[in-house]
Design a protein around this ligand. Sequence first.
Ligand SMILES: NC(=O)C1=CN([C@@H]2O[C@H](COP(=O)(O)OP(=O)(O)OC[C@H]3O[C@@H](n4cnc5c(N)ncnc54)[C@H](OP(=O)(O)O)[C@@H]3O)[C@@H](O)[C@H]2O)[C@@H](O)CC1
Ligand SMILES: [K+]
Length: 488
Amino acid sequence: MRTAYTADQIRAAEHELMARLPEGTLMQRAASGLAAACAAMLGKVYGSRVTLLVGSGDNGGDALYAGALLARRGARVEAVLAGGRTHEAGLEAFLLAGGRTAGDGAAGAEAVERADLIVDGLVGIGASGPLREPYWGLARAANAAAAPTVAVDVPSGVDASSGRVEGAAVEAALTVTMGARKTGLLVDPGAALAGEVELVDIGLGPYLPDPDVVGLTGADVAALLPRPAAESDKYRRGVVGVVAGSDQYTGAAVLAVGGALLAGAGMVRYAGPGEPVAQVRAHWPEAVVTELERPSLDGVGRVQAWVVGPGLGTGDWAREMLAQVLASDVPVLVDADGLTLVARERDLLGREAPVLVTPHAGELSRLTGAGREEIEADRLRHARDAAADLGVTVLLKGSTTVVAEPDRPVRVNGTGTAWLATGGTGDVLSGVAGALLAQGLGCYDAGSCAAYLHGLAGRIASSGAPLHAAGVAAAVPAAIRELTSRSS
Ligand SMILES: NC(=O)C1=CN([C@@H]2O[C@H](COP(=O)(O)OP(=O)(O)OC[C@H]3O[C@@H](n4cnc5c(N)ncnc54)[C@H](OP(=O)(O)O)[C@@H]3O)[C@@H](O)[C@H]2O)[C@@H](O)CC1
Ligand SMILES: [K+]
């Protein structure tokens, strides 16, 4: 399990640890980890050109001490001093080791341009608001330079506690983060700007509180995934009910049923009108299909979880089906058109059994009234708030998918690929999550494992090229195989 923390949590832990250690110990630990990571990236340290962007705080101090270590190994290190003040002891050590300073004007820009490696020590967890000048300009110069940038603690311009970016931010090839991962390194847009993330252990572990967010690893997902036992039969392995698709949108039904079947449901029951029924029958002879003359679940049979909403439409038929599904006593996943209906009629969510909603930012905006762009910029907060307000588990889809449930750390998933942003992949995800719910996982585990599997299946289906939703569904067994074979 990857854990991550807000700036305030880290600061409090550092405070406790620092009180037990001689002054400067933590920064020395941070700097030697940073210098080692820079050296590994450079390959050959001797004779290489390293340019440090140094802000006014301890983030700049880390960069200066690391720069001193690199200078002692023969690198030509220049520091662009960008702040009104500079970490004094760090600067002294840097100059003593043979480092040189460059101003923040034209000389600084040239130092950035000629570097083999840029170290971003402008701001870390002490930053507030968008980068000010000259930091802003230096961040842009670093991004325009040919050399890769190693960010100290967080890429400057990324809010450490949320991943939010207001204005310019450094695009790092590697972020060397001190003591513990920061939340903003796991959530986009911050996650995308951080590049690889390397954690330097400075001894903070025992002082850290419960994490702010967590990310499941492949091993975590493998351990959570239900596996059939010798005595399992199709009913005990979990029956998923799918209410999706309409005469107009038949594909959503096919894709949701496919996602559920291929993610290991014991049986999938599909109920809908004539057109999607014909399509589901043609694609998935394994599914148990009920053709409906009127919107009613009578005679559809028992299920352990429902998936409702993809391609369902938003008219009277859809509303009635949704209401009946939600009136059941099993977990329900609500997606797509189901979310539009729920946004109109929040009372539908008032039920005892668990609910997992799986909106993208636009659908969440309809549900909560927050602006779509606002949600994209601060996905964590909006997913958390929605979970608390609605009293449900929220899986907010996007480049990092986040799963929020009241009183639990948000789970973030980074396995996806940009190629997954194509029609129908959400329908597959709802089927996969439905299969996990039916097999007994709670909404929090089902949502986060489904996001992981779906992202991995997307990568397998894509291999760096365009994919289509049916291909993602087809790759779900390979994703499960990859996870379970790695961990067995
Ligand atoms: N504590 C520890 O034990 C350890 C800490 N460690 C390291 O320390 C880092 C935290 O250091 P920190 O607290 O000094 O804050 P930091 O992020 O360097 O900068 C804050 C200063 O920047 C400025 N500034 C703020 N916002 C700005 C903006 N938008 N645009 C421009 N400038 C802005 C503002 O200064 P001002 O300009 O107002 O004078 C403010 O005072 C942490 O990330 C890690 O790297 C490690 O060594 C491990 C041990
Ligand atoms: K930084």
